[in-house]
Design a protein around this ligand. Sequence first.
Ligand code: SF4
Length: 452
Amino acid sequence: MKARLFIETYGCQMNFADSEILASILQPQYDLVPDYSQADLILVNTCSIREHAEQRVFNRLKEFSALKKKRPGMKLGLVGCMAERLKDDLLRSELSIDLVVGPDAYRSLPRLLSEVEAGQKGIDVLLSEEETYQDIPPVRLGSNNISAFISIMRGCQNYCAYCVVPYTRGKERSRDARTIVEEAESLFRQGYREVTLLGQNVNSYKAGELDFAGLMRQVASISPLLRVRFSTSHPKDLSDELISVMAEYPNICKAIHLPVQSGSSAMLKKMNRKYDRDWYLERIRAIRAAMPDCGISTDIIAGFCGETEEDHRETLSLMREVGYDSAFMFKYSERPGTFASRHYPDDVPEEVKLRRLNEIIALQQELSQESNRRDVGKVFEILVEGESKKKTSQATGAPQYFGRTSQNKVVVFDNGILPDGSMVHKVGDYLQLKVLSCSPATLFGEVLSPQA
Ligand code: SF4
């Protein structure tokens, strides 16, 4: 009988994709369980991007360490970015951690687990210049069997001044295109209808002569019924060719997450983002010219080192100029070891950071609401993803369903019930929906006709 494995994942989509690799590597010895209290091995896949994220993990590790006292045979492992960053400190701490494994060392897990069984600590945090796990078929942990992540490259060497990723995930390396296309084809054959190509800096993908635009063309050509998304892109690598491939293929989703971080050219220079405000806005104009209906989202940092009120106002004015559909917004949090932590004082007072962040959030709420209002009355094709957890139909009392538009907006709708009790529209169907109303976060629509 196999032992039981529980994986808890924090952070970005890359980490969720990595957990699927971890599950695959350990599959010969472990069955996944949904409840940690039953597990023989708990792996916590961690994120170092913000101090808050690390603190959440520490609190969770304390809980798991307490559980270990009651279940002495249970093993506890910490993997991912925090393993890379904190290594020895973690093994020395009062937490009872058996394994510390960095993001490029997952293949060594079976060996490290044998060492743990022999009474030693298992540690491997070596970064690699080649590892992409391209030969390991992920165990899909997503629940809907319709959308899947495909990790196409790893690492980052942009060294944005505030960011710890180049230190925790190492240099950029891309997977062989053939393995990516085969993975997408296999998913499509299994009934998946959407793939998201993932990388820390996905649009700097390069395998021989093939760039990211060329790869997108190959994946989008698998079937018009397979939607293709990607995340996260860097503005400096958003080429005209990529924009034109996106416009050309109807099944490449019209949604770009393009982190701007600040609207001030002075801040962008200090952040080492390698573009300025004008350049970013020119890329936005190029996207809008080719795809007027493209959804655009972003990441913004409030209160980076030396940020003035004028810099902050430039961020707000850029947000208005772009009219983002949605955004992830954070206060600057200094990460040890980064360029900023070594060279710039973290000098914006906490209350000023918080006030600026609140202004950014309030503006984005307005922009998101406006963006949703503009969609009322329009018709969209959606891919049905599942039952809505919160909404029930006023007509039937049954749970409503939801799907996503190409622009990555959630639309909730009433699903019909057939005489045998099954639903008229199934998960994985494409539907034409007319949007009737909206809240700041969600669109509500009615089905016009099934498509395919
Ligand atoms: S592009 Fe910049 S922010 Fe993104 S992972 Fe690389 S260093 Fe970090």
